[in-house]
Write a protein that binds this ligand. Sequence first.
Ligand SMILES: [Fe+2]
Ligand SMILES: [Fe+2]
Length: 441
Amino acid sequence: SDGSKNSNMVAVVSVLEDSIINIVDVYNTDRFDFSGTKSFDKKTGYRSESMLVIPLKNHEDAIIGVLQLINKKNQYSKITTFSTFDESITKALASEAAVALTKQQLIDDLEHLLESFLHSINIAIEKKSKYTAGHIEKMVSITEMITDAINSDKTVFKNKNYSDPELKEIKMAALMHDVGKISTPEYVVDKATKLQTIYDRIETVKMRGEIRKRDLEIAYLKKSNNVDKETEKVLFSNYMTTIEKIDKELSFLEEANKGSEFFNDRNIEKVKEIAKAQIMIDGIGQNWISNDELMNLTVQKGTLNDEERQIINKHAMVSLEMLKPLPFPKKYARIPEIAAAHHEHIDGSGYPLGLKGDALSFEARILAVADIFEALTASDRPYKKAKKLSESMKILYFMALDNHIDRDIVKFIYESGLYLEIARKIIPEKYIDECSIDFEY
Ligand SMILES: [Fe+2]
Ligand SMILES: [Fe+2]
């Protein structure tokens, strides 16, 4: 604060002059401003008298605080003055205190550094994909809401009592769970349509459609050149029918390009049929839709083909590989295990390690539920439509039935009404609807 005003305060002078100050009676000196001490006395009924002020120095000889002793008592409990012996013994103690203070400061700094670094990594992920950043942020708060509720629950989870460091460990694991996505290519992370790579290949498909239509127009114009009115009418009608058919096929392809929950076999057959249409490029006939485009357009669920699905699934292994070698302090040692298991399934069908049953810790199970809850309810992803809350809860319930995620946790979230609380916090009002699930199975 303001130097001139404080320069009369004993602690400040002790620091500035780096000196020990020994006062017989604070009420009987005008060397320092003791108005603070006096008003404290007034409030408490205490009477400050003798005082010893010693600066606290750390191992680097920097002053990190002040030790202030008040009212020395002699063997008869009478207040007396601090002696030079008191000064030297307190000075020795002060350096001990300074070391302890420094140590705590270093521990706090390290913890702060660790947490800040975790946030920095998420900033890097945000640069890559703002959807993933939003996902992580929301997933962390869902995880916190679940753990807090479990912690205060006195029924099914009455035996779960997390300490503050344990809660922090779980939170940091949530913060780190998708860290592996830093290595996932952008076009896969947020692949909005089936044909998107660096750009959306649907544009190429549409371009080839345009070539088809122009070739037809040229052919029609050539043929209709020296024919009678009747023949010309027939040729035109045939030409128009084909153009209309191509336009319909194009809009079907555009629709197919958007990922959906389930693209059925009939649609797949239709894409295959359309793909065979020939166009001439450089005088060579080729399929309207290339094999690679066909493979992508016939993806049944979402937008990712098998290869891309594998690439994206790798992030869980990368998370594990990134976190495992980090020398976390002992109280946070489980972060890699908790963070990297969020895509494991209880029945062993998950990834990256295919862990099964008891190999999946309760905390990892919480993260898995939080992760899926966020992914299901998200309304801002380019590759999927938003779901109603009731739909998301139903899917969560079926995943629990299938032994993919923890049944007790899902049941608890539903029956305690926590799912509504989470929903109100993270999803737009319009997707929140009535939800009824019968958990008696
Ligand atoms: Fe993940
Ligand atoms: Fe995730």
